[in-house]
Design a protein around this ligand. Sequence first.
Ligand SMILES: [Ca+2]
Length: 238
Amino acid sequence: MMNRVSFGALVVVVFVLVFAVPVVAVAAEAQPHNVAPSKVRVMAAPAPEKVISKAIFNLNPVEDCGDSVTRPYICELGAYQAWFAFDVSGIPPGETIGTIDFTALIENLDSGPVERSIWYSADDSWVGGTCPGTTAGDVLVGTLTQAGLTTSWETFSINMAAHDFDGDLADGTITFMVTGPTDGSHLCGYIDLTESGNVPYITVDTALAGVEVPTAGILGLLLLVVLLSTAGIILLRR
Ligand SMILES: [Ca+2]
């Protein structure tokens, strides 16, 4: 009788080791990883697509430039342009970029509403060197319209379909250029750079892909195994 009871108990122990230990290990792996103090990890997300955490990074430019150190003109495309480089090397490996917003203090010197445009550039080699100035951006990634004779913090929602920014996670830098209307109209404004004290920034929303955390399915199976094993012990003792 005791041997049968011991065998039943052994069955329970083996099933717990086989199922419970992996569940605990995977759950531990899913904990959010450390980030720098300036970056805020906001939530643990559900895992329908094997995404186990999300984070928001607020980043200021490592370098910005234009025809002024503090407040360059942004007028027509190809002439009055301001450049911004953001260091994204602090975003941990495995993260993918979901959205990017670019925010800066902009003044519209025209009496009417004016379209402003933001462009992505693949060339980061200007950082630490010469401002690209009137060089063309590679890809139009956003526009907004600012009211006439207004100074306001304006946010471009970057079009993520226009460029694959995960490539910039690999090279560690994102370069943006901000200028005037996409049709080249000479409609002027200012944009404040870092040295003005009104520091531009990007907000990067990322997701960390990984092993999906087993939840109700595995735990339910584990409970079923324990119940069946217990029933087996009772039958063996009769
Ligand atoms: Ca880059």
